[in-house]
Design a protein around this ligand. Sequence first.
Ligand code: NAD
Length: 260
Amino acid sequence: MNLENKVCIVTGAASGIGLAIARRYARAGARVAIADLNAGAAQVAADGINADIPGCAIPVTMDVTSEEQVEAGVAAVVAAWGRVDVLVSNAGIQIVNPVEAFAYADWKKMLAIHLDGAFLTSRAVLPRMYAQGGGAIIFMGSVHSKEASPLKSAYVTAKHGLLGLARVIAKEGGRKGVRTNVICPGFVRTPLVDRQIPEQAKELGISEDDVVKKVMLGQTVDGEFTTVEDVAEVALFFAAFESNALTGQSLIASHGWSME
Ligand code: NAD
């Protein structure tokens, strides 16, 4: 599968899963905008990709919860490269706490980054995709789009919500060539997960080793983490798939933690 001459925007691409997707897309022939809140890390990520494949990455400073920054960021990509073929709405954070102790501000922040971010970035790229005759939108869901875990009320709610938004855009965009799908990874060893290990150990009163072996990987078929490269391959598949046969779908990549 290749993305020759495609223009892609990946949010949260300065780190973890988003960075692996941006790298994979560049290797598949795409030009990639590294859209991230962290301007310095986005620049480093773009420089790293350009060192291997010159001229194929640009950094875009963007808080996905800011209407103005999302509109300006997408406009900057169109100004640089003339089009947008693929959006990966991937930026995300995690906050863990039991519901009774979950701060309202944290709840709103979680829903804003995951749900407002997906809405605002989709709304910004859709007119361009419709004018071009098509495109692909990919949301970074999670096994938590399908399953629940204690301490993750806002995350589970937001990740479930992304399935609904993806299905609506798939229906609205179908006749205009825009496909929308959701990737649902299991646990992937990124900074987002590394931060959770001591937090969950404290909340659940168990060792960090048990958080990894029992809570995170206990229900996989082989006790293995999903990798950023695994998720990037699924993101390439959804981006490069050429027909509406695959739209409004969600694909779980979790070493069998969740099966359907
Ligand atoms: P990460 O912490 O490594 O990277 C997240 C990136 O998002 C960072 O570069 C950060 O600066 C950026 N970001 C945060 N808030 C932002 C904002 N408001 N606007 C723009 N950028 C922002 O995390 P990751 O593990 O790579 O997670 C990426 C996505 O994958 C998230 O949506 C997460 O929920 C999802 N996910 C992760 C896992 C996992 O186990 N790591 C599993 C399933 C789904």
